[in-house]
Ligand binder design. Sequence first.
Ligand SMILES: Nc1ncnc2c1ncn2[C@@H]1O[C@H](COP(=O)(O)OP(=O)(O)O)[C@@H](O)[C@H]1O
Ligand SMILES: [Mg+2]
Length: 242
Amino acid sequence: MIEFKDYMISDRLGNVCKVLIVGSGKGGVGKSTLTVILGLRLRDIGMKVGILDIDLHGASIPFILGWNTNTTVKAVRGGFKPVEVHGIKIMSLRMFVGDRPTPLRGERKSEVLKYMLSLTIWDSLDYLLVDLPPGMSDELLTLVKYVKGEHVVITLPTKTSVDVTTRYVKFLKSLNSNILAVIVNNLMNVAISDEVLIKGFQEDMPTSNYLVIPYIHDVEEYLLKGVTPKKAVDVIDKIIRA
Ligand SMILES: Nc1ncnc2c1ncn2[C@@H]1O[C@H](COP(=O)(O)OP(=O)(O)O)[C@@H](O)[C@H]1O
Ligand SMILES: [Mg+2]
């Protein structure tokens, strides 16, 4: 039997052309940063963009984009309109709970996510970007049941991050998900060893799919102001064209 919420979810995403899901095996590797940079670049080239922040414990998209708490999601007939910040529509649990912590367990997280998916009125979007928590989270498991999207996977250029993220890639493949690209985020500004990356991923991804994001000095300042960091433009354009 189809639940009402399930029906609503497909209806709500009916006018969204493309969904990109940004994830990783690991935390702190730049998922939210990449999601925002992708959003800003897509906005720059004239696309209508939304970001759905489903890192329910660590929601950070509103903060990164300098959301002004005076503006918030608007309850309208049938749901909520996302908030627009720097020309990007955003929806996040943070809009509802502010600075309060949100210690939710598995089932509750799935419920919250289903509400977010079924009640957010995006209208028409060229791209919906989804920012995930680390790993094979409840949020990811619920999301992929309802939303067909392409995955952008991100890792640091370290053995540990590649090791954990390789299993994340394997998991996505077991779901027959489409992986658009694997991004190596050089946020520590080190010489990247091909050996680490190629050994780590070679069975799971063709090496031509690796793209490297350089270290970006003051990246948080750029994003707060809604400015796309120039150093990231080349790699972002490659992801968009992939
Ligand atoms: N390419 C980069 N250059 C410099 N700093 C970065 C870069 N990518 C991410 N960071 C910083 O690293 C930290 C973690 O990034 P974040 O996007 O929050 O990771 P995640 O969402 O995976 O937990 C943030 O402080 C962010 O500003
Ligand atoms: Mg994050």
